[in-house]
Design a protein around this ligand. Structure first.
Ligand code: CDP
Length: 212
């Protein structure tokens, strides 16, 4: 991989982008940024401090105080954290605070893989390889339901599907960095794919971008 190669992997909740980003990172020896974890951390830490998710200034202060050491908390992987993340992610000031950190990550000399909603549109629009990973809502709900119940959360498949639809709508409908494919992103629908098939397809997209 040539120096400074950046791969962006965007898409809606539970589309498989995290797995794909991780696979690409291992394949090309690149560090992977899970940008959703930053928003999850801001949401959970704000709630833990008794703050209001709709309070933009308080959420921005929480984002500004975030440290790398705080990011390992397993609570950030819960169902409630996903919802809290999407609520603080609508605030332009929160996104602004987290912007430099994400751009710095992308600017590492060897390059990086960036996983999120606005990696290809806002954080790194000049990235040479951009993927937009999707899957049908029902398929995504089932994947997320398996993950959450595997973590010990008691939740029904219908509840997870409702969560995903609500979050997609909020993420795509917000005015600050809405979730959408960059104009030059390659769409990858993983609805009918196994993890291995999706990883292979992603690799082929990146190889084509490197060659072109
Ligand atoms: O794993 P999942 O796809 O469910 O979520 P995530 O990638 O951890 O992101 C959680 C939430 O953070 C999303 O629903 C978005 O509202 C927000 N987010 C964002 O606004 N911008 C990003 N670059 C990444 C996440």
């Amino acid at each position: 991989m040539s120096a400074g190669f950046v791969i962006t992997v965007d898409g809606p909740a539970a589309s498989g982008k995290g797995t794909i980003a991780g696979g690409l990172g291992r394949r090309y020896g690149l560090p992977v940024l899970d940008s959703g974890l930053l928003y999850r951390a801001v949401g959970v830490l704000l709630q833990r401090a008794g703050g209001d998710l709709d309070d933009e200034a308080a959420a921005a202060r929480t984002a500004a105080a975030l440290t790398a050491a705080q990011l390992a908390d397993p609570e950030f992987r819960t169902r409630g954290a996903g919802e809290a993340a999407s609520r603080v992610a609508v605030h332009p000031k929160v996104r602004e605070v987290l912007l430099a950190l994400q751009r710095d990550f992308a600017a590492q000399p060897g390059g990086a893989v960036l996983d999120g909603r606005d990696m290809g549109t806002v954080i790194c629009p000049q990235a040479p390889a951009k993927l937009y990973v999707t899957a049908k809502p029902e398929v995504r709900a089932e994947r997320r339901w398996r993950q959450l119940t595997g973590q010990g959360e008691a939740v029904s498949l219908d509840e997870v599907l409702a969560d995903i639809r609500r979050r997609d709508e909020r993420d795509a409908g917000r005015s600050a960095a809405p979730m959408r494919p960059a104009p030059d992103a390659v769409l990858l629908d993983t609805s009918e794919m196994t993890i291995d098939q999706a990883a292979d397809a992603a690799r082929r997209i990146v190889e084509a971008a490197r060659a072109g």
